[in-house]
Design a protein around this ligand. Structure first.
Ligand code: 2HA
Ligand code: ZN
Length: 265
């Protein structure tokens, strides 16, 4: 089958469209990745073109050796992904040492955040925690970077107390990287370190990096986080006294009701 006929391709295109409707993808903002499973890989292998154009990674990601990763192409405008789609996505094969990649299908150059995706997909694989990543630039969570101390506990608590969903959609909380220059190895490492403990990471002043079993679930997580952030920001910017909140006990009981335990940090 052709890659563009596959379910994973169609799902990526659909969810990128939803992200655009949310206003999360200005210019070339955002990137996604999916570590292909065996069935997906076998179903599209005939569409691959193999070359010897291996590109070295700045640092080997041994856990991703021999994997195939479907991702977005650097510089692609998400708002325009429907047009010439096969040049705006690509599939990277990772070498048997995890130190290089080659493109076996699609556009010329993977996302500028490739290292962050690969290192995170590796950490997720190790703990059996999904194989998809969705990165976007939603305004409300980014705005909170300025008014909530940038540590995992503070940001997680702020989101949990903002709406009832938080405590069972992301009971482990959300990790925070602090400021890093986009597309750097430093950001990649900081993210992969946090994704070991949290299903999603806030890139301070930048956006959300969410993981999941599928593009749909990673998107859903980003959506839930951003909605909680929007409520938090609305409450804070109302200027009105806060007379009620979702208490810690209520957050804990919500998580417990759904079989989870809130992270205690
Ligand atoms: O791909 O969003 O983080 C553009 C970005 C960089
Ligand atoms: Zn970004």
């Amino acid at each position: 089958m052709k890659v563009i006929e596959s379910e994973f391709f169609k799902e990526a295109l659909r969810f990128i469209g939803y992200g655009c409707q949310m206003g999360w993808h200005e210019r070339n903002a955002g990137n996604i990745s999916l570590r292909l499973n065996k069935e997906e890989l076998e179903s599209v292998r005939d569409d691959f073109v193999l070359t010897d154009n291996w590109v070295s990674l700045p640092e080997a990601v041994v856990g991703m050796a021999n994997e195939f990763v479907f991702t977005t192409v650097s510089g692609s405008y998400f708002i325009d992904m429907q047009y010439n789609s096969s040049e705006k996505f690509c599939i990277c094969e990772i070498s048997n040492q995890g130190s290089a990649y080659r493109i076996v299908w699609g556009g010329k150059r993977p996302t500028s955040e490739l290292c962050g995706h690969l290192m995170s997909l590796s950490a997720m694989k190790q703990k059996n925690a999904g194989r998809a990543v969705y990165h976007c630039h939603p305004a409300n969570i980014v705005a909170l970077s300025y008014i909530i101390p940038q540590n995992d506990k503070e940001i997680s608590s702020a989101l949990w107390e903002s709406e009832t969903e938080g405590a069972f959609v992301f009971p482990q909380g959300v990790g925070v990287t602090g400021f890093h220059v986009p597309g750097t190895l430093e950001l990649a490492k900081a993210t992969a370190e946090k994704i070991k403990y949290y299903p999603a990471v806030l890139w301070s002043f930048h956006g959300i990096f969410a993981s999941g079993d599928s593009i749909a679930s990673a998107f859903g997580l980003a959506h839930a986080i951003e909605k909680a952030a929007e409520i938090k920001l609305k409450v804070l910017s109302s200027g009105l006294p806060i007379v009620n909140t979702i208490t810690k006990e209520q957050q804990e009981i919500t998580a417990k009701t759904y079989g989870f335990k809130l992270n205690e940090f």
